[in-house]
Design a protein around this ligand. Structure first.
Ligand code: GFP
Ligand code: GFP
Length: 835
């Protein structure tokens, strides 16, 4: 069906084309119109929420006009496009970011104020889009912002979960999970009921007719069909008309699936159940961070999403009528972790089964199309799918995986004859009961580039988990792209006062598009007034967080105390346990002191936040210890505010925007070699907070950029971790560090509630071989915290460190990272926009 308007009528359309509003009055008119018509409200019942909706719809209209123009322009330019496949996009809120990126925030602030509302209250009405767990999903969101800002023709593809990451409630000190039903009103998405794709599961593979080359075709048929419906989310760039697309797929029963047999035989509920099964696919985000759960529904999600996305990408490519061999010149697909690895298999299937291409020709196109980003070396996080599971769900794909593996192993055999053990080690199929598929290996074999996310991490994957593949493919296939963050959201939006102050010194807001321009700030480190303003802004951010803490926990914290913050997913490798042990140690010291001695101490507020995976018992125990320590310390009159311990419930993106500007120090203290990069470290430093951290992930590059004198490093190096673990396991007479012993004794004495609550946590340090090396790093950690106190006493010196660090953070912009991907992996150019 030709859906376009016929040529002769287009002039009529063009004359009537929707135009963006400009200026305050037009904006107000749009808001009122949406409140009164789209929302059917009036002056008699327009609350903050209705005002939010009206404002969002007005801003959205402008976005959509830009979006349409961008898409048409990119289609006409017929350039290579980037497709970023990610199972998670942790977008947070959209309105504030959309207003800032399109330059409409001041207009909107004045506009709503004259209508009786405060823009801050309106912004605060929005529900976070929390379609992600942590770093990986937030990275994808930062990358979308940079891709649009830099005018790259790029689409994100993901799933439209009905439930995002669960909401965390703290009940009696323990985490409880509550479903996050976020889609009541989401103005930022556009359902595309016309973009509906049938996706098949299960079924059988049968011999079909012969193809042109005389081979018997394999036909996958008889399976269950589910429909993928596209939902489009416009992604505005900062200071450009470029508005890219994030396409999220939602599942629904396909027309043919409703079982009329069951219906007619009276089993109405049975036929409804089948429908619900289809809807389940995109129902919920798996809440696991860095752990592979191996559930069938998860595999279904993965295939559903990659099959729909590839169908769409291939369809779009076909519009240009180019020969297939040009596919990799038009299409770059980035796999965000191994979750979308089936895309490699699906594209090969489309080429050989549907487009009748010979295997080698198809495979050469496939491997030139894909790039794969690894985000972790943790063995428990590497995805492996059971062969029987894949056999049942995707029988044709399993055959293709076997063929990919066979041809790969044959090539390895040619290069390294008779090395049977090498073949066993690199095979996609891992022997065992059941056999499993190593998805990371499949991703490497099917991609032309593999990258880690920080220098140390990229070196580690080459030296450890992927070492054999470096020998096989050569070192050029493996590269590094150090992560970055968008300075728009994480500085300009979260910390507008700091952004304004910086702009006043570095010559305007251009630094938001070229973050290296921050280096001009170094000229002003000696400037007394500037320093004073700088520190006042930090204090104001702390006051704001203190207010938030008071409002939500009823606990008063002193904004003049040293704010020490660790917010991220709760995980043993991230070592929140070391932090809280350190807090306990500090508490025990304070208790021993005389009142005179106490007066000399730097008051500290230890702030924690983060979710534990629902099934991760140890992480939940750590949360309980943090809340229990808070219950004891916060009410101890002897301590008198010298130490407070806060757990912020339900840490998410919008809360991070309040928390990040408010740190004096933040903690990034993972066991060396375990945190691939970390990105909150970058956010905190960019906001003038210093960090205490291990030599891990991007901390190493942050140190290199800002200088060792501006960071508090601690602990053992990655190169020693293996030996230390060996010591714990096999060494004789390993005695626990006496400081840590003292902490454990206090916990076991029941000072923070029943000691049985923590017995597993204590056991992990002793009989559990202390896999994360808390005991090895503890005394270094405590000593480094003392250095932090000392440094904080010199407020002028602290301000110098803070300003110098920010001045040197230019490297950590996501724009830099995206330009590296574009040049080294995707080979794609920005679109030139008409002025
Ligand atoms: C995209 C957009 C459409 C738009 C065309 C051409 O379509 O709304 O009309 O580009 O501008 F979604 P596909 O690239 O998905 O075909
Ligand atoms: C993972 C890694 C982090 C890394 C991010 C983004 O984060 O070190 O910074 O990916 O590359 F562990 P999570 O999704 O596990 O938080």
């Amino acid at each position: 069906v030709e859906a376009s308007i016929p040529q002769p009528l287009r002039e009529t359309w063009r004359k009537l084309a929707a135009a963006e509003f400009t200026g305050k009055e037009q904006f107000q008119k749009e808001v009122v119109r949406h409140v009164e018509t789209t929302l059917a409200r009036s002056i008699y019942n327009c609350d903050d929420n209705a005002a939010y909706s009206g404002t969002a719809l007005a801003i959205r209209d402008n976005l959509v006009i830009k979006w349409n123009k961008t898409q048409q322009h990119q289609t006409l330019q017929d350039q290579k496009r980037v497709y970023y496949l990610s199972l998670e996009f942790l977008m947070g809120r959209t309105l504030d970011n959309a207003m800032l990126n399109t330059g409409l925030k001041d207009t909107a602030r004045e506009g709503v104020s004259e209508l009786g509302f405060r823009i801050e209250d309106i912004i605060d009405q929005e529900h976070d889009a929390a379609l992600g767990n942590g770093g990986l999903g937030r990275l994808a969101a930062c990358f979308l912002d940079s891709l649009a800002t830099l005018n790259y023709p790029a689409w994100g593809y993901g799933l439209r979960y009905r439930y995002g990451i669960f909401k965390q409630e703290i009940i009696n000190g323990f985490q409880a999970e509550v479903p996050d039903y976020w889609l009541d009103f989401n103005p930022w998405e556009f359902p595309r009921h016309d973009v509906a794709i049938d996706i098949m599961f299960y079924g059988t593979v049968n011999p079909g007719p012969r193809d042109d080359r005389g081979n018997i075709k394999k036909v996958w048929e008889g399976g269950e069909i589910v429909q993928a419906i596209a939902y489009d989310v416009p992604i505005p760039g900062y200071g450009t008309a470029c508005t890219n697309n994030l396409r999220l797929w939602s599942s629904k029963p396909s027309g043919g699936e409703f079982d009329f047999g069951k219906f007619n035989s009276g089993d109405y509920e049975g036929s409804i159940r089948d429908q619900q099964r289809a809807e389940t696919i995109s129902a919920v985000l798996y809440p696991n961070d860095n752990i592979d759960a191996g559930k069938e529904l998860r595999l279904k999600q993965q295939y559903f999403w990659v099959a729909a996305s590839l169908h769409d990408i291939v369809r779009r490519f076909k519009k240009s009528h180019r020969p297939w061999k040009e596919f990799p010149d038009q299409v770059a697909i980035q796999l965000n972790d191994t979750h979308p690895t089936l895309a490699i298999v699906e594209l090969q299937r489309i080429f050989i089964d549907i487009e009748n291409m010979p295997w080698d020709e198809a495979w050469s196109i496939v491997t030139r199309t894909f790039g794969y980003t690894n985000h972790t070396v943790l063995p428990e996080a590497l995805e492996k799918w059971s062969v029987p599971l894949v056999q049942n769900l995707l029988p044709r794909h399993l055959q293709i995986i076997y063929d990919i593996n066979l041809f790969f192993l044959q090539s390895v055999e040619r290069k390294f004859p008779k090395d049977r053990d090498l073949l066993r080690r690199v095979s996609v199929v891992e022997e065992g009961t059941p056999q499993v598929l190593r998805m990371a290996y499949l991703a490497i074999i099917g991609s032309h580039k593999v990258n880690g996310v920080a220098e140390l991490h990229s070196d580690l994957i080459k030296a450890t988990i992927f070492k054999d593949f470096v020998d096989i493919f050569g070192t050029d296939k493996f590269t590094n792209v150090t992560n970055g963050i968008t300075p728009r959201r994480w500085l300009h939006q979260a910390n507008p006062k700091l952004s304004d102050l910086i702009a006043s010194k570095v010559g305007g807001y251009d630094f938001l598009k070229d973050l290296t321009k921050l280096n001009v700030l170094e000229k002003f480190v000696g400037d007394k007034t500037f320093k004073k303003e700088w520190m006042e802004i930090k204090l104001a951010a702390k006051v704001k967080l203190a207010k938030y803490i008071k409002d939500t926990t009823q606990i008063a914290v002193n904004p003049h105390s040293l704010f020490d913050i660790q917010v991220k997913r709760i995980h043993e490798y991230k070592r929140q346990q070391m932090n809280i042990f350190g807090v306990i140690y500090r508490y025990l010291r304070l208790k021993e002191m005389t009142p005179e001695e106490r007066k000399k101490q730097v008051p500290r507020t230890s702030i924690f936040g983060g979710k534990a995976a629902p099934g991760y018992w140890m992480a939940k125990t750590i949360i309980r210890l943090i809340t229990a320590v808070g219950e004891v310390v916060n009410q101890d009159e002897e301590i008198n505010g010298l130490l407070k311990v806060i757990f912020i419930e339900d840490y998410n993106v919008s809360k991070a925007e309040i928390i990040v500007p408010a740190s004096d120090i933040s903690e990034h203290i993972s066991t060396a070699g375990t945190e691939a990069s970390g990105t909150s470290n970058m956010k905190f430093v960019l906001n003038g907070g210093l960090i205490i951290g291990t030599c891990d992930g991007a901390n190493i590059e942050i140190t290199r950029e800002i200088g060792e004198e501006n960071i508090f490093l601690l602990g053992n190096l990655a190169e020693h971790v293996e030996d230390l673990r060996h010591q714990h396991r096999f060494g004789k007479d390993v005695v626990m560090d006496p400081k840590l012993r003292e902490v454990c004794d206090a916990i076991e004495a029941g000072r923070f509630g029943p000691e049985q609550t923590y017995s597993g946590l204590i056991a992990s340090l002793t009989i559990g071989f202390d896999y994360y090396l808390v005991s090895d790093d503890f005394s270094s950690y405590v000593a480094t915290q003392d250095l932090v106190d000392e440094a904080y006493k010199d407020q002028d010196g602290w301000a110098t460190k803070s300003i110098t660090s920010v001045a040197r953070m230019g490297f950590f912009s996501a724009d830099r990272a995206i330009n590296e991907y574009a040049d080294e992996i995707w080979n794609v150019e920005p679109t030139k926009f008409p002025a």
